[in-house]
Design a binder for this molecule. Structure first.
Ligand code: HAM
Length: 421
């Protein structure tokens, strides 16, 4: 085997072979769900202006502080490889005038995202997300619908025992009161929390609740809970979200310390984890429009990490339901036969017949072996004689029976055999 002096970039991975089929399957399921719920697909650029994320995701979040791949163009524009999709979709919604479409505008995406994280299992520097976003409507039923879609996506993939962790972080006003209470609680404990939490205490106190340090987790398990600080409208909103979820029997668990690691959320936030792996994250982000200084645009959405979904599919031995189309294999022997076969493959393709081949090979044995490996029952053989007579041998690999037919009749013959099989 030859060697190459280059390796893939740290934290990034090639997707190919069987692995690619898992990614395709996740995309296919997401697309079916999107069609069912009438979401339109959106594809935004990989590069965005840096400020889009510093303002929306928040300056003091891990994503913005530590994890963005930043670059400067020759024209001195400060760009980043998008670390997440919500801010991009929000930008695209406004920039493309979707505010004048019927609301809510429902969009979904599937694509790569980039975060300069410490690579480990389930954490990559380039990873894929499927995301669903609904913009332009603040009704609590949409929060529940977003969660239901995430739940159904995981169910369709084949996961079981799915429980949604949910919380409400209220609005700016509830949050102001809550942050005061949290600061008061933390003031007496700054000596026992990690250095990062000490910084968070000053810069963005809410982030202490996502600290992964076990000691901090222990400390904050006794902290005041945001649900106790919700104003009446936020409380009513949350109550309705939970009622709608109960209506469709989505299992949920209240997690009073769930705040999510991005600053644009308000009111409902949720996550779905399987085997301690956070797979889905989302919530309402009416606050994003304020951060980006646009008209008030309420919105809600979620995204799912595809790598983590694929790893779990393998772990749980979820089979890829590969619906293989009925196919034929075409074998050619000799120069003239190769030329004829080359053309027939195209003609069959135009008639929507799936054809496998090994057109670059000359040996009958090699080609037959490939047809056998693919377990294809109908094999077309063109040798020197058939090429000259405009005929083709059609062989049933199960029974071993073969007949010679005119090339003009190939399509009809194959379609009849497909019908019978
Ligand atoms: P997030 O929680 O940062 O939210 O990411 C969502 C999901 O992406 C995570 O639950 C995880 O499965 C996956 N993920 C995140 N980082 C990595 C990584 N480094 N490697 C592999 N997978 C990863 C968001 O991105 C929000 N935009 C979600 C949202 C949509 N909120 C409203 N709409």
């Amino acid at each position: 085997m030859t060697k190459i002096n280059y390796q893939r970039v740290t934290g990034m991975h090639d997707v190919f072979g069987k692995e690619q089929l898992y990614y395709d399957r996740v995309e296919e399921i997401a697309k079916n769900i999107a069609d069912f719920y009438a979401f339109r697909r959106i594809t935004t650029p990989i590069l965005e202006e840096k400020e889009l994320f510093t303002r929306s995701v928040g300056k003091t979040t891990d994503i913005v502080e530590k994890e963005m791949f930043t670059l400067e163009t020759k024209g001195k524009d400060r760009l980043v490889l998008r670390p997440e999709g919500t801010a991009s979709v929000f930008r695209a919604y406004i920039e493309n005038g979707m505010q004048s479409d019927p609301q809510p505008v429902k969009l979904w995406y599937y694509g790569p995202f980039f975060r300069y994280e410490r690579p480990q299992a389930g954490r990559y520097r380039q990873f894929w997300q499927v995301g669903f976003e609904m913009l332009g409507d603040e009704a609590p039923v949409l929060d529940a619908k977003t969660i239901l879609i995430a739940y159904n996506l995981l169910k369709e993939i084949g996961f079981k025992k799915i429980t949604v962790s949910i919380n409400s972080i209220g609005c700016e006003e509830c949050m102001a009161d809550y942050k005061k209470a949290l600061a008061h609680f933390l003031k007496e404990r700054t000596g026992i929390v990690c250095p990062d939490c000490k910084k968070r205490y000053k810069k963005n106190i809410l982030r202490v609740l996502d600290c992964k340090d076990p000691k901090c987790k222990q400390v904050f398990s006794e902290a005041p809970q945001v649900l106790d600080y919700l104003c009446a409208p936020c409380k009513a909103h949350f109550k309705q979200v939970l009622e709608f979820l109960e209506e469709v029997a989505v299992p949920y668990r209240l997690d009073p310390f769930l705040v999510r690691g991005l600053d644009y959320y308000n009111r409902t936030v949720f996550e779905i984890a399987l085997n301690d792996n956070s797979l889905v994250g989302g919530g309402r982000y009416d606050a994003l429009s304020k951060a980006l200084k646009t008209d008030d645009i309420p919105a809600v959405g979620f995204s799912m990490g595809v790598e983590r979904a694929v790893a779990l599919m393998k772990e749980k031995e979820i089979k890829l339901k590969l619906k293989r189309k009925k196919s034929v294999f075409i074998i050619q022997v000799g120069d003239l036969a190769k030329r004829k076969a080359f053309k027939i493959i195209e003609e069959l393709r135009q008639k929507k017949i799936n054809v496998f081949e090994a057109i670059s090979k000359d040996s009958m044995r090699v080609q037959l072996t490939k047809a056998n490996k693919l377990a294809i029952n109908i094999v077309l053989i063109i040798g020197q004689r058939e090429a000259l007579n405009d005929t083709v041998i059609i062989k049933d690999m199960k029974t071993g029976k073969q007949v010679t037919i005119k090339q003009d009749n190939i399509v009809r013959e194959i379609k009849e055999r497909f019908k019978k099989s």
